[in-house]
Design a protein around this ligand. Sequence first.
Ligand code: FES
Ligand code: FE2
Length: 437
Amino acid sequence: MLKPEQNRALMEVGPGTLMGELLRRYWLPFGAVGELDKQATRPVRLLGEDLVVYKDLSGNLGLVDRHCPHRRADLSYGWVEECGLRCNYHGWKFDHTGACVHQPFEQVAHPDARFKERITIKSYPVQAHAGLLWAYLGPPPAPLVPNWDPFTWGNGFVQIVMTEIPCNWFQCQENSIDPVHFEWLHDSWGMRLRGQLDGPTPPAHLRIRFNEFDYGFQYQRVREGQSEEDELWTVGRVCLWPNCLFTGNHFEWRVPVDDTTTLSVGWFFDRVPEEMEPFRQERIPWWYGPLTDTKTGRWLDSHVMNQDFVAWVGQGTQADRTQEHLGESDRGVILMRRRMLEEAEVVRQGGEPKAVIRDPAANKRVELPIIDRDFFLAGYSITDVVEGRARGPRYARNFVFQAGQPEEITREYRAAMGMDRVEQLELAARSTNGTSQ
Ligand code: FES
Ligand SMILES: [Fe+2]
C-alpha cells in the first residue's frame, strides 16, 4: 500500500514534477508520421504541455508551443511555409528551432529594429522513426531515438494504432508487468464474452518471476501444460522502460498526455510469407481505435487491448493505491514502482537515469528479449501456413489487438500477407481431404 504522496508522485507528469522530469529524459512516440500528410499541423498535448507539431514545405518537422508568443493565438491553425510555421492571426513566423523569423508589420514599421531577435517560441526536438513521430521534452543534449530491433526488420506489414484513454498513464504501465492478468482479463473473460461458459478453463499460472535488465524488466511465467523449457519462462515478455510493453513483434506505449489522460500507441509488425517478398511499405498505415460501443455506451471489450483499457479506466481516472491489497501476483508492479521512484530520484539529483541511449554504435540495433525471434528473421512460406507450421500469432488472420481496424487497412494487410492465396489453398486441401474420406 502506498502513501498518498507516493501515489501522487507516480502519476504527476507536468514540468518540475518527480516523474515528469524522469519521463522528460526519453523520446516519447506521440503520433504517426502519415498524419502530417493529410494536415500539416496538429495540436499535441504531451506531459501536460500544449504544443503543435507540423511539417513545413521543406519537410522539416517542428514541435512548438501551441500558443503564439505575440498574443497567444492557436498555432495549430497556422500554416506551413518553405521553412517554418506562420501564425494565422498577424503573420508572425517561427522555424523549428523556435526562432521568430518574420514579423510582417513590425518589420515595415521599424525596419531597423531587431524586435524579432528577442522573440522565441518554446520548441522541442521531434523526429520521425519507424513510422512514428517522437518528441523529446527534456534538457539538451537529446539522446538518440531508440532503434529497437524490430524497427530494423524487413518484409513486415507494420501498422500504428492509437487511442486516447481517460486515465493516468502509470496504471496503464503497471499492466505491462502483470502476467497473471492475461489468464483472467483476456483468457477467462474473453471466453465468457464469447459465450463459452462450460469449456475447459484456461491454463492457470503456476510460477512467475521478474528480472531487470538494461532496458526494463522481463516477466516470465509457467502456466499449466508448459514447462521451464518454454520460452515464456526462459525469455518471457518485456516491460520496456519507461512506458511500454513489448511482446516480440509489437510495442504498446502508454504515453502521458497529462495527469488524467494517456495516449495508447501501438506498433505492430507482421512478417509476410516469403512468396510476398520483397515487401516494402511506401507509407506505414495508422488509425485511431474507438474506445466505446456507440450502441450501448459501454467500453468496447472484444479485442485484447480494449480489454486492457477496460481494466485501466476501471481503476479510476487516477488509481488510488492507498486502497490496494497487493499479493504475490503484484511483485512486478511493486518492483517497477520502486525502480521508477529510484530513477526519478537519480534525475532529481542531476544524474542520468537508466535506458537513455546516446551511443550511435549501440543504437544501430538495440536487441531485446524476443520469443521466437528466428521466425521473424528467417520467415516462412505460404505452404508453412497451409500445412499448419505458421499459425496463430505468427500468421494472424484478423487484427486481434484493437477493435475498429478500417476496412482499407484490413484489405492492405490481407494483400500483403497473401491471404487470398492461403485461403484458396486451404479450401483446395479441405475438398481433397473431403473426397478422400
Ligand atoms: S497572435 Fe500570432 S501573430 Fe499575433
Ligand atoms: Fe493485457
